[in-house]
Design a protein around this ligand. Structure first.
Ligand code: C2E
Ligand code: MG
Ligand code: MG
Length: 606
């Protein structure tokens, strides 16, 4: 028997072990390779989904511009914008040029925007030179561009009127001035805008602003180089790069004034408005935008203080005036509390028997250092600063107190007339103020006469009629002051429960020389008679005027011929000298003559 060679067996076993070990290692490596390949395939599949799922268009194109791949978003976009087109229609016409430029410069990315039909598309190209393809990413920028344009418009335009705004104005003005070119600024502010907002509300205010903007824009299209802007509130500005001489600016202001003459139809009402205008010029008044605007505003504020409805070019003297006015305004606010106000009383005469039947209370202000300030100076200032409300309250209260005190002293009762400024007339607590003054003084309402100017009444006829009705209901008498100088909408007179027309002194002053004015006086007296109203002629200074007014059968007179405004002591001498009481106010109802039961019949009516 052949013996078993143990050495050989051991050699075999060792060989088999090595082979097995090798096989095992090969298996492990193969398993690892397979696992990696599987993972890579999964990653590739996932990556392939990226462009597929991307909501933005993604395309792969060869260097010569041929589309190799387009994702669903690209296919959808082309279908939306151009139903019959293929995706290559989406690509910008200059794509090949961009790719060539990238390849030539060794760069890989490029971004630009292009128009595709009505859309703005953004194209981003990424070139992979080794793969011989470019990836193209498209993005629809249309909505973003529209939003940007809109935002840009809003930052430079006023939303309400669509006019360019103050920022646009400043930019244009600054650009013009930077070039050293001449320029002019015209600021326009709507008079009585706040009153409109207070009475008719915000919506009516906006309607008015839009209407004014429309009129101004219409006019500027005929004015070379003029452009209207709206600042805030009721402030507009005209930028005039060409109308830079003073005369042209004044002409422009005159045209704007004409433009405002026709009525505005707001909220079913016919309303009239005017503009206050201030102008400045470069280089005369300043060479930067801020200075020019400040100068134009100073001029504008001057017009406002003068009562509005006017035009002023900037002059340096206005600055000094502004400071002085500020000080005066401040002093005026405290004038009533500091006891600086007094009343003068101007007699009103009945033509029939020459009897003083009333007095008009006229306020005076004695400034602590400047002495008596002319009324024409401080009433408009009080009106614009709002101090008129306190002053008016003081006048009303004092007039009622004094009239009641005279009656209590046994003097013959007379009517006391009190003037209301337009602002007072519009104030919401006016009626309550009058009521309180009457109650606190104890004066019978029939002895108080409230004077409002014709223009204040005609500004907003509906509102004025309502306020006058409420005042009338208190039992006071109502007079239209300075009659003939306002809008003279005579047809509306019937709507007002007024008792008296105070014919403005400008007609009386010239009636002897000017037959046209004499005719007006005669017509107003006839109108008063027709409507059952007392007519008082203001400013009667000589016997000739008296004779004419008497012949025309005017009812009452007031003027220097009889007396200047008197101190209380002087007036009381008049009153004490009157024969015993035999007259009460002639109280009328519309269209008829109604005498108080104890009244003596009015001589001119009997
Ligand atoms: P008005 O209400 O028309 O008052 C009449 C003005 O004419 C008074 O001037 C008076 O002195 C003046 N006058 C009277 N007769 C004659 C005359 O024969 N010839 C001339 N040349 N003038 C005459 P005054 O006192 O300077 O008042 C001016 C205006 O100031 C008043 O005009 C009135 O609108 C306003 N005013 C006066 N007092 C007050 C007040 O207490 N409150 C308000 N809101 N306004 C007032
Ligand atoms: Mg008056
Ligand atoms: Mg008057």
């Amino acid at each position: 028997m052949q013996s078993i060679d143990m050495t050989e067996i051991a050699a075999w076993l060792a060989a088999i072990s090595v082979v097995l070990l090798l096989l095992m290692n090969v298996g492990i490596v193969a398993w690892r390779i397979l696992r990696r390949a599987h993972a890579a395939a999964r990653i590739r599949r996932r990556l392939a989904l990226f462009p597929e799922r991307n909501p933005q268009p993604v395309l792969s194109v060869s260097f010569d511009g041929q589309v190799r791949y387009a994702n669903p978003a690209a296919r959808m976009l082309v279908t939306r914008l151009h139903p019959d087109a293929t995706v290559d229609r989406l690509l910008p016409s200059d794509l090949s040029a961009h790719i060539t430029a990238l390849l030539n410069t060794g760069q890989s990315d490029s971004h630009w925007e292009y128009l595709y039909q009505a859309s703005v598309l953004q194209c981003s190209v990424h070139c992979m030179e080794d793969l011989g393809v470019c990836h193209v990413y498209l993005k629809d920028m249309t909505a973003q561009h529209a939003a940007e344009t809109l935002l840009g418009h809003h930052t430079l335009h006023d939303m309400l009127t669509g006019l360019p705004n103050q920022r646009a104005f400043n930019e244009r003005l600054a650009a013009t001035l930077a070039d050293g070119a001449p320029a002019a600024v015209l600021l326009l502010h709507l008079d009585r805008f706040r009153a409109l907002m207070e009475t008719l509300g915000h919506t009516s205010g906006e309607t008015l602003l839009s209407a004014v903007a429309k009129r101004l824009t219409g006019m500027m299209t005929r004015t070379p180089g003029g452009a209207v802007h709206r600042f805030e509130g009721a402030l507009f500005a005209v930028f005039c790069p060409r109308l830079t001489d003073a005369a042209s600016l004044a002409d422009l202001a005159a045209q704007v004034k004409m433009l405002m003459l026709p009525a505005f139809h707001i909220d079913g009402r016919e309303l009239y408005f005017s503009l206050s205008m201030g102008a400045s010029r470069a280089p005369e008044d300043g060479s930067d935008a801020a200075t020019l605007l400040r100068c134009a505003d100073t001029a504008l504020q001057h017009v406002k203080r003068e009562g509005g409805d006017g035009f002023q070019s900037y002059v340096p003297a206005l600055d000094a005036q502004s400071v002085e006015r500020l000080e005066l305004e401040h002093a005026l606010t405290h004038s009533a509390a500091r006891g600086e106000l007094t009343l003068r009383y101007q007699p009103q005469i009945r033509v029939g028997d020459g009897r003083m039947i009333g007095v008009e209370a006229l306020v005076r202000w004695r400034h602590p250092t400047r002495g008596e300030i002319p009324l024409g100076e401080f009433i408009p200032l009080a009106e614009s600063s709002g101090a008129i409300v306190t002053i008016g309250e003081w006048v009303l209260r004092t007039a009622c107190e004094r009239a009641q005190a005279w009656q209590a002293a046994g003097l013959p009762p007379i009517t006391i007339a009190v003037n209301l400024s337009p602002r007072q007339f519009r104030s919401s607590n006016l009626v309550q103020q009058v009521k309180t003054s009457l109650q606190q003084s104890g004066l019978d309402a029939r002895w108080l006469e409230i004077e409002i100017t014709e223009s204040a009444a005609m500004h907003d006829i509906e509102q004025a009629a309502a306020t006058l009705d409420r005042l009338k209901a208190l039992g006071v008498q109502l007079a239209l002051d300075d009659f003939g100088t306002g809008h003279s909408a005579l047809a509306w007179l019937r709507r007002f429960p007024v008792d008296k027309l105070k014919l403005d002194q400008s007609f009386v002053r010239t009636m002897e020389q000017d037959s046209a004015n004499a005719a007006i006086v005669r017509a107003v007296v006839a109108l008063g008679r027709e409507l059952g109203l007392v007519v008082l002629a203001e400013g009667v200074e000589d016997a000739g005027q008296l004779a004419m007014l008497r012949a025309m059968r005017c009812d009452q007179l007031q003027g220097y011929l009889f007396s200047k405004p008197l101190t209380e002591a002087q007036m009381l001498e008049w009153l004490a000298a009157l024969p015993p009481q035999n007259a009460t106010p002639v109280v009328k109802k519309r269209g008829e003559i109604y005498e108080h039961p104890t009244a003596r019949v009015h001589p001119l009516r009997s």
